[in-house]
Design a protein around this ligand. Structure first.
Ligand code: COA
Length: 386
């Protein structure tokens, strides 16, 4: 396999963007990435998107986006794996370049969620329709069950658990306040979280990622060719992916994300590194409890210890392993199909040293973890400066 680099990044503002439609968002991010890379053509394209049919009555995004980007007749296809659609699109683009099939590949992700469609119902299509959604389970509800199970498993008093969970949102809003593209740039306190509206007990409004419009894109090429475009070579040193039971009820352990563990193991093996070798990470904090479970399954913290990490400052910008430097899904926003690609954009910003106020010192190797459903699909990518 050839070594592959990321040579261009582009991202739109994330938020409630009523004046931009699905194709405009994608094209904006893609043009920024093409300009940033300095390439004069692309050979092939992948479009990560979860559910444009339900949100915007639009499928067939490969052809649509290639057309509106002025790139016909290149091959282009949409990739879907619920909220991990962007991560899986990136994985396919990586392997297409690594295999030698194409030299310059654009990987984008997009979701237009503010359309008037029922977002909760559209998102619930990523759960098991017959055994979960049919009986009324929603994603806030499923993750709330994980939160209760975590608190019970590790026997944590209610008030301590509530405060420690809130600190994940406080930390991510702090980082998001430093990100000009974030949906919510307000700093918050533990009280803001605890006093916000109850969504699904024990999760409150500020434990949840929001409904977001946005897009992100990156340009990939072989490392050898990358030298023509940039002096800072950022290599994709690993791509790991996995699946697990789509139904939360079928897991052996509701709070141990085996899908993350398996994707991470594959990525660590491919990059020949261990969790301690990672300098910073973007992880899938669709709900505060998700970040806690993910950082344990990635091997950054022991089981039962992830809940304390934010409160102890270990995952802060200047902590031992900064997590969600972009603000994460919680503060930056979660346009579901775009999220996995947006995480790669943040990794590249950090590795280039262009993350401004949220720059992590000595960022040389970053990890991006993107997840679908309540932990049914997952990708883990490791990028490093060479
Ligand atoms: N965090 C912080 N503030 C939020 C927010 C969030 N997640 N979601 C909405 N808000 C704010 C809005 O900006 C608005 O503020 P304003 O009154 O000052 O303008 C207010 O809360 C109400 O917004 P609204 O859009 O009416 O909220 P809602 O009640 O319809 O939706 C949630 C709130 C939590 C239900 C919704 O954001 C949600 O479903 N999130 C989860 C998304 C999800 O499941 N993603 C997939 C994960 S697997």
């Amino acid at each position: 396999m050839r070594e592959v680099a990321v040579i261009g990044i582009g991202i739109t503002k994330f938020g409630e963007l009523w004046n931009k439609n699905l194709r405009e968002l994608f094209v904006e991010a893609a043009l920024k990435a093409i300009k940033d890379a300095g390439v004069d053509h692309i050979d092939s394209m992948y479009v990560g998107c979860m559910t444009s049919g339900l949100f915007a009555q639009q499928e067939h995004l490969g052809a649509l986006m290639a057309d509106y980007l002025g790139q016909n007749p290149i091959p282009a296809v949409r990739v879907e794996s619920a909220c991990a659609s962007g991560g899986y699109a990136f994985r396919l683009g990586f392997f297409e370049v690594a295999s030698g099939a194409s030299d310059i590949v654009l990987v984008g992700g997009v979701e237009k969620m503010h359309t008037g469609a029922d977002a909760t119902a559209a998102l619930a299509a990523a759960a098991d329709a017959e055994y979960e959604s049919f009986i009324g389970a929603t994603f806030p509800g499923l993750y709330a069950m994980m939160a209760v199970a975590y608190k019970e498993k590790y026997n944590i008093p209610d008030d301590v658990f509530r405060r420690q969970l809130a600190m994940v949102a406080v930390k991510n809003h702090e980082n998001g306040s430093k990100n000009p593209n974030a949906q919510f740039r307000s700093k918050i306190t533990v009280d803001t979280v605890i006093n916000s509206t109850l969504v699904a007990d024990p999760l409150r409004l500020f434990d949840c990622s929001p409904v977001t419009d946005g897009a992100a894109a990156v340009i990939l090429c072989p490392v050898e060719l990358a030298k023509k475009y940039t002096d800072t070579i950022i290599k994709i040193s690993a791509s790991g992916a996995a699946t697990s039971t789509i139904q939360l009820a079928q897991r052996k352990d509701m709070v141990w994300l085996d899908v993350v563990e398996n994707a991470a193991k594959a990525a660590y093996k491919m990059a020949n590194v261990e969790p301690k070798d990672i300098d910073f990470a973007e992880v899938h904090d669709c709900f505060t409890i998700a970040e806690v479970c993910v950082i344990e399954a990635l091997g950054f913290f022991n089981p039962g210890e992830g809940i304390k990490a934010a409160e102890e400052g270990k995952t802060a910008l200047d902590g031992e392993i900064p997590v969600n430097t972009s603000g994460g899904l919680k503060s930056k926003g979660h346009p579901v199909g775009a999220t996995g690609v947006a995480q790669i954009v943040e990794l590249v910003e950090q590795l280039r040293g262009t993350a401004g106020e949220r720059q992590v010192k000595n960022a040389r190797r970053g990890l991006a973890q993107n997840m679908g459903g309540s932990g049914a699909s997952c990708t883990v990518h490791i990028l490093e400066v060479v």
